[in-house]
Design a protein around this ligand. Sequence first.
Ligand SMILES: O=C(O)[C@H](O)[C@@H](O)[C@H](O)[C@H](O)COP(=O)(O)O
Length: 266
Amino acid sequence: MALSGDNNDRGELRIHENLDELRTDLADYIAELSEAAVKERGVFAIALSGGSLIGLMGKLCEAPYNKTVDWAKWYIFWADERVVAKNHSDSNYKLAKDGLLSKVPIVPSHVHSINDSVSAEEAADEYMFVIRQLVKTRMVGVSDISDCPKFDLILLGMGPDGHIASLFPNHSVLDETDEWVTFITDSPKPPPERITFTLPVINSASNVAMVVTGESKAEAVHSAIDNIGPDCPSLPARLVQPSKGKLIWFLDKPAASKLDGFQFSE
Ligand SMILES: O=C(O)[C@H](O)[C@@H](O)[C@H](O)[C@H](O)COP(=O)(O)O
């Protein structure tokens, strides 16, 4: 690893020399959290996002992880999903199924994707209902400071604009505190209709990992971690502040290149 360290309330920073090193570190991290959650709770509730994240999780499909991880105990969710058919190339479910879930022995009934045959609003409501049932049976934990679900791990990517999940800068969904899952129909990044976990749910997780690579993200990484720039307070990535959980940033050097205090040799 090029560098690692803590940055005040902005969590642990893990800056990797290259993507291969990041992929290995990410697989180790997820495998360790899975083992700990299964030991403590008997299950591992993990929420995925879309984008480059799934490809960066690819080592989990390879040895030793494909054999050592207790896949039967995994319960899979999406922190955000595009409201398109499950076989559509824009579907985050399809992305994860093709890139990860079909390659490891996950129990099909543990995969909780959205209903793709209803409106965005109905899909968000139904998804919240599903999560509520799983919180009741403690397949998903519950926060001890609110009634929010406490996922063992929420994995997030970040766009160059600082969006996370489908929470975009200056969008009213950033203020949603009543619902666990909400919807938008005007996403600035296509497709327009999406469902998304709200900030209270993200910030109730036991662990949140921000997996961000590439130079196009460097400015937003700098704003989010160094608390820089006029848009900072409403930058969605800046609002990821788990109340009791642990936040870790998995970065490559280009994404970290504008961080204060980080000097890299070529
Ligand atoms: O459904 C989505 O659009 C994603 O969940 C989104 O939040 C993604 O994670 C970021 O846009 C980063 O994507 P990249 O890692 O591909 O840049």
